[in-house]
Design a protein. Structure first.
Length: 496
């Protein structure tokens, strides 16, 4: 049945307590803004989300097959953004996903990317297709012009209409138009998609191989388009990359986290590229150490893992600890480990990468940008102390089991090299005393394979120490006249 087109208009108002954040901009990158729109789709139970960057049309499109929303829901939600409307009925979606959003500023976050947001949305068993155009021009106006009754501020105006829809459809399409700010750099960088080093169009397996390449020191070595793809993947509840860690490491406790992410069943395509968490821990032949973390305190509970390898974690964006709440990341990896003392294991901390999943108590410590936490909040303070206590012990294990073992391996390798030198020296003099030379080789060959023997083979001597050892032995076996000539020859040789 065809619907008569009915137009409606209104303003999107924001409570004064969050207006400052929205006016100054709360997201530091286009990826941070886009992840809010993707998380909205996740909260709408969408199994599939598609992001398309269209530089020729000056737009970015986000499509999902979630539950959609009606005109009444749109008006009720955006009439005044302040309360936790997204969780007023339940804090989980119909499929059981824990909802990420609370206040519902995701759509408004789009103002940092564009001047205009066009929305199409419909729900299953509905013949109505909601069509709304949000104009963010008010965001650029003086605050006095936007003040409304009750201290709220108008942030945008909109015009909408109801079109006809197939009752079997359910979806939402967001079209970001008139791209602005740093997002224009993202559009400009789209041409780099076709360069050899770009992640555009690569399979998850191929992207994993790129991220595992020891030559890749940082994501910034890649083009802006690829960096944005990785930043989005780090923040949203997508699955981990295939074979993101060795089987032995996964078996040490990481597999449970991988399985939980897979169970959320969110597929994200970025211009057709399958986006996964860009966490790839491929140590090669390096020694590794993994510990699981768990804290159940009075104010917060959390669990996670810490992984270490002998040598720097690369790309460097994976160094530190990343906190997740309801499967969404809070910002990026923190290389300071929440202010862990800089003097404790500065080198070893670059060998470590960890993820921690905290429960809802920590959510109250989260700032409106969902990228930072208030460091005076009781839940944050408690979890920080638990993390620091755990990390202090973990770094001791890293020093003993990885750094110490590495030093032993290096000594043994050096000893083997020294043994080869001894064999070359002996080979030139075997004719003088064949049995003695062979016994000497055998004695040191046995020592070369052990740590204590390696220490003996590679230790250094000063001239005085050398004189003490050699003359002491010479006195035991040489007559005095020969000893005198020997000492003179030895001195002459050492002076060369």
């Amino acid at each position: 049945m065809a619907h008569e087109i009915e137009e409606f208009t209104g303003e999107i108002k924001v409570a004064s307590r969050i207006v400052d954040h929205l006016s100054s901009g709360i997201y530091k990158s286009p990826a941070a803004c886009l992840k809010e729109l993707i998380n909205n789709a996740y909260d709408a139970d969408a199994p599939n989300v598609h992001v398309s960057v269209k530089p020729d049309a000056d737009r970015i499109i986000v499509q999902d097959d979630g539950t959609g929303f009606s005109r009444d829901e749109f008006v009720a939600h955006f009439n005044r953004i302040a309360e936790s409307r997204k969780r007023e009925n339940s804090d989980a979606t119909t499929s059981g996903r824990p909802k990420i959003g609370r206040i519902g500023i995701g759509f408004i976050a789009a103002n940092e990317l564009c001047e205009e947001l066009e929305i199409y949305s419909t729900q299953i068993n509905s013949e109505e297709l909601l069509h709304v155009i949000i104009n963010f021009r008010m965001m650029r106006m003086d605050a006095a012009e936007r003040r409304r009754d009750g201290g709220d501020f108008a942030k945008a105006d909109y015009v909408g209409e109801i079109l006809s829809a197939n009752p079997t459809d359910h979806h939402t399409t967001l079209i970001l138009k008139k791209i602005r700010g740093e997002a224009r750099d993202l559009l400009a960088g789209v041409d780099a998609r076709h360069q050899p080093g770009s992640l555009y169009g690569k399979s998850p397996e191929s992207i994993t191989d790129v991220l595992a390449d020891p030559k890749l020191r940082s994501w910034t070595d890649l083009d802006l388009y690829s960096q944005t793809l990785l930043q989005i993947g780090l923040n949203v509840p997508v699955a981990y990359a295939p074979a993101w860690a060795p089987e032995a490491v996964l078996a040490d406790g990481l597999e449970q986290f991988s399985a939980e992410a897979n169970a959320l069943s969110l597929t994200l395509k970025y211009d057709g590229t399958d986006v996964r968490k860009p966490i790839v821990l491929r140590p090669g032949k390096k020694r590794t150490l993994t510990r699981t973390f768990e804290h159940r305190g009075d104010r917060v509970a959390a669990r996670g893992y810490f992984y270490a390898q002998h040598g720097r974690i690369q790309p460097e964006e994976l160094q530190g600890v990343l906190v997740r709440i309801r499967h969404a990341a809070v910002g990026e990896y923190d290389k300071t480990y929440w202010g862990f003392p800089a003097s404790e294991g500065p080198l070893l901390k670059t060998w470590v990468s960890g993820e921690v999943w905290a429960n809802d108590e920590l959510e109250d410590a989260m700032n409106i940008d969902r990228s930072t936490l208030r460091d005076v909040h009781p839940a944050y303070v408690e979890l920080r102390q638990a993390l620091h206590e755990f990390l202090s012990l973990f770094l001791k294990d890293v020093r003993r089991e990885l750094y110490g073992a590495g030093a032993t391996e290096r000594r043994v390798e050096q000893a083997k090299g020294e043994m080869r030198q001894i064999e070359r020296v002996v080979a030139d003099r075997t004719a003088m005393a064949p049995q003695a030379m062979e016994e000497m080789k055998e004695t040191w060959r046995d020592e070369a394979g052990s740590d204590t023997g390696a220490v003996k083979l590679t230790r250094k001597y000063s001239v005085s120490q050398l004189y003490d050892i050699v003359i002491g032995v010479a006195e035991e076996v040489l007559p005095k006249p020969v000893l005198a000539r020997f000492v003179k020859r030895l001195t002459d040789r050492l002076r060369k």
